[in-house]
Design a protein around this ligand. Structure first.
Ligand code: SF4
Length: 289
C-alpha cells in the first residue's frame, strides 16, 4: 500500500486496513480542522486503489475490516465505489465490514437505492462529522452545510441500512453559544437517530482559523467545567433509540460510554458527580476549573 501524507481514521477503525480512496478533504474549509491542510484534494485513480488492495492481500493473511480514507471518500462515483467493494470481496472474502468517511453533500448526491446497493456490496458503516446542530455555529465554523442538509444526509444513510456513526464537538459554540450548541445538537441527533454518537472536545490547533480567533479574543473557550455542563445539557435533551454513545476520546475531559436511552440516567449521574467532585477529570484540566 502507498500512503500520501498523514492518514486519519476513526478510533473504531484502529485495527482496520486503511486504503486511501481520496487524498485530502474535498471541503477542507472547517475553521477548527487541521487534518488535511497540507494536502491538495484529489480522487485517486481506481487502478491505484486496486493495486493497493492487491499489495495488502500479499502482505496480510487476515483482514477483518477495511477503512476507505481520506476525508469524504464517499465523494467517489457510485460505479467506482462499486468497483472497489467488488475488488475487496474478491481479494478479502474474510472482510466483515468496509467503513468510509462521508460528508453530507456527498451523501445527498447518492440515492437511497445507490446506498443500499453499496451496503449489499459490503459498505457497513459511514462516519459523518456533524460537529454542531446549530446553523449559526455551522456557518461560523464554515462547515459548508446547514443542519437540515445534515439531517437529510444522516437519515438517508440510516434508511439505506448502512450503520451511521456521527460526531459532535464539545465547546464548538464557545462561551457565547454553548447552550445553543448543546440544545441544537441534541435536536439534530434526535432527528437522525444514528447508530453511534461520539462526542469529541474542541482542540485548538495552530494554523487553523479558530486558533487565531482564540488568540485575538474573538472566540472564548469553555473551561472543563463548562464542557461538562454542556455535555449534561446535550444528554438531557437527547431522545434517541438504541444509540451507542461514546465520549472517551483522548480529547475528552471525562470518559463516558453507554447506550441511549437505557444509560441516560447513569451518564447524567456521572456528569453531576463530576461537577461536585471532579476527580475523574484530567489533572491538568482540573487546574483550569
Ligand atoms: S472537519 Fe471534515 S469536512 Fe471539515 S475540513 Fe476537516 S476533514 Fe474536511
Amino acid at each position: 500500500m502507498r500512503y500520501e501524507g498523514s492518514v486519519f481514521r476513526p478510533p473504531s477503525e484502529a485495527y482496520s486496513l486503511i486504503i486511501q480512496a481520496t487524498i485530502g478533504c474535498s471541503h477542507n474549509k472547517c475553521t477548527f480542522c487541521s487534518m488535511y491542510k497540507d494536502k491538495k484534494f484529489r480522487i485517486r485513480d481506481i487502478k491505484e486503489i486496486e493495486e493497493d488492495l492487491e499489495m495488502a492481500r500479499n502482505y496480510y493473511s487476515h483482514v477483518k475490516r477495511i477503512f476507505l480514507a481520506d476525508g469524504n471518500a464517499l465523494v467517489l462515483k457510485t460505479e467506482n465505489l462499486e468497483k472497489i467493494l467488488l475488488k475487496i470481496k474478491e481479494l478479502f472474502p474474510e472482510c466483515e465490514r468496509v467503513g468510509i468517511y462521508s460528508a453530507p453533500k456527498d451523501i445527498l448526491r447518492k440515492s437511497v437505492e445507490e446506498l443500499k446497493h453499496l451496503k449489499k456490496l459490503g459498505l457497513g458503516i459511514a462516519y459523518l462529522g456533524v460537529e454542531s446542530g446549530s446553523d449559526e455555529i455551522l456557518e461560523h465554523i464554515q462547515k459548508g452545510v446547514t443542519s437540515e442538509e445534515i439531517i437529510q444526509a444522516g437519515k438517508r444513510i440510516v434508511s439505506s441500512g448502512i450503520n451511521l456513526s456521527v460526531t459532535l464537538i464539545s465547546g464548538l459554540g464557545g462561551k457565547e453559544k454553548w447552550l445553543k450548541h448543546a440544545k441544537e445538537s441534541a435536536r439534530i441527533i434526535n432527528e437522525i437517530n444514528p447508530h453511534y454518537l461520539g462526542l469529541l472536545t474542541l482542540l485548538i490547533q495552530p494554523g487553523t482559523k479558530i486558533y487565531d480567533e482564540v488568540k485575538n479574543g474573538e472566540f472564548k473557550l469553555l473551561t472543563p467545567k463548562e464542557v461538562v455542563l454542556e455535555t449534561k445539557e446535550l444528554i438531557e435533551n437527547l431522545n434517541v433509540e438504541n444509540c451507542i454513545f461514546r465520549s472517551n476520546h483522548a480529547s475528552n475531559y471525562v470518559a463516558l460510554a453507554g447506550t441511549l436511552p437505557n444509560d441516560k440516567k447513569h451518564l447524567l449521574k456521572q456528569l453531576s458527580s463530576m461537577l461536585e467532585y471532579p476527580y475523574g477529570m484530567k489533572d491538568e484540566m482540573l487546574r483550569r476549573l
